[in-house]
Design a protein around this ligand. Structure first.
Ligand SMILES: Cc1ncc(COP(=O)(O)O)c(C=O)c1O
Length: 433
């Protein structure tokens, strides 16, 4: 390894790819072939055979009674809110630092998302600020278990119970994670997961709602299945629904992805710990403290903090560009303060409740994390072995040791890191037509 930074024309630390994602083998291939040959492809009747089996196995794995597999992890949030009776004019408290879909789900049921800042130690919603944001119109809280951490579910459960609020865990990053020994998504009133390509389990797209409340489960099925009642015995509640059903192809793949989850979870947990040993003392970086209540860590991304003033004065985006150039997949502006994001962009007329409730937000932790501080390493890095993780640590040390070469340096790779996700996606994607 030469010491000249790859961003400045030197040799990268890493030239081999990290483990490919998603992972599959003959089991997924056979399952897909079986669905194909069965000619029973769709999500109707709802739930269909594989979707029913997957729903109950996934729920059981996370300690919940019911699981309803659906089209993706945005509609699963929307379904859970709708099933809980959240409606126009209600307020739903969401973290300011998350994927835009968490807040969009509230808008999609006509409610008003209310942004609350995150805790700098976890980047998850700050319970003190949740309490301060509650009004007489608040009906729900959606904590997101972000990256590889959990929101403080002890505090949030007490707050939700005290104010009779629906507590919906957004577990899009937390498949297989446990808090105080309890599975993600089974701690609040309901949990929502995504199975989009990058997630810890995937069928390309997909989502699920898990819950212990049979009435809520029935309502989720009803809304996801065009308004049809879930069971003969279920509460008659005629209303319009959507078609948010999961296909049998997706469910067949997910049944096997679930089999792989325990081993993958342990490997990622062990490998993120090894990385921490390797980078703990790097000046200018700080690690998110471990919460002992996280009894099983789900590591969708490993996230750490970058401090420009202690790292030669270069910006986080220059560090991320340099790390990428060394052959390590990573991101900085992975999420941003949602209320400032270009994807959370609509008119007040489109969402009248939002328009009628416009307010100024100032969530400095989310803003700092999004634009200056956070560095995100994707989970597949941690599915490899110790030498893979050692390469990541070596690349980080190399940048630290040669940081003067980046002071004042600017190039296209760094400029791209400063763009929003939407802008970067446009740069990277093929034209649609
Ligand atoms: C925190 C969070 N919530 C919700 C979603 C929405 O999931 P999906 O992409 O499956 O709609 C995602 C995934 O992108 C996410 O990361």
């Amino acid at each position: 390894m030469g010491s000249k930074l790859a961003l400045r024309g030197g040799n990268p630390v890493r030239t081999e790819p990290f483990p490919a994602w998603p992972i599959y083998d003959g089991r997924e291939a056979l399952a897909l072939q079986r669905v194909l040959e069965s000619r029973n492809w769709g999500g109707y009747p709802c739930p269909n055979d594989n979707a029913r089996e997957f729903g109950s196995r996934f729920a059981e794995y996370h300690g919940a009674k019911y699981g309803i597999a659906v089209a993706n992890g945005t509609v699963s949030l929307e379904l859970a809110l709708g099933a809980a009776g959240i409606k126009a004019g209600d307020e739903v408290i969401v973290p300011a630092y998350t994927w835009e879909g968490t807040a969009a789900a509230a808008l999609f049921v006509g409610a008003v998302p209310v942004f609350v800042d995150v805790d700098p130690d976890t980047y998850c919603i700050d319970p003190d600020l949740v309490e301060a944001a509650i009004t007489e119109r608040t009906r729900a809280i959606i904590p997101v278990h972000l990256g590889f951490r959990f929101a403080d579910m002890d505090r949030l459960r007490a707050i939700a119970a005290g104010h009779k609020l629906f507590l919906l865990e957004d577990c899009a990053h937390a498949h297989g994670g446990k808090f105080n020994g309890q599975g993600a998504g089974s701690i609040g009133d309901a949990g929502s997961f995504s199975f989009q390509t990058s997630k810890l389990m995937t069928a390309g797209e997909g989502g699920i709602v898990i819950t212990n409340d049979i009435d809520l489960a029935d309502q989720v099925i009803r809304i996801a299945n065009c308004g049809r009642p879930a069971r003969r015995a279920s509460r008659p509640n005629p209303a319009l629904g959507h078609n948010y059903r999961m296909t049998e192809f997706q469910a067949a793949v997910l049944l096997h992805q679930l089999e792989r989850l325990p081993e993958q979870t342990s490997r990622r947990e062990a490998m993120t710990a090894r990385l921490e040993e390797g980078i703990r003392d790097v000046p200018g970086l700080s690690l998110l403290p471990r919460d002992p209540r996280i009894t099983t860590q789900a590591s969708y991304h490993y996230v750490f903090r970058f401090h420009s003033d202690a790292f030669g004065g270069i910006h986080r985006n220059a560090f991320v560009a340099a790390l990428k150039a060394e052959g390590v997949p990573c991101d900085g502006r992975f999420y941003e303060a949602v209320y400032r994001s270009s994807l959370f962009n609509f008119t007040a007329e489109q969402y009248p409740e939002w328009g009628a409730n416009l307010r100024e937000y100032d969530c400095p932790v989310a803003v700092r994390a999004g634009y200056d501080e956070s560095v995100w390493l994707p989970h597949e890095i941690f599915l490899g072995n110790e030498s893979d993780v050692a390469d990541v640590a070596a690349a980080i040390h190399k940048i630290r040791e040669n940081v003067e070469d980046l002071v004042g340096f600017d190039n296209e790779a760094i400029r791209i890191q400063g763009l929003s996700r939407a802008e970067r996606a446009l740069l990277e994607s093929k034209p649609p037509y």
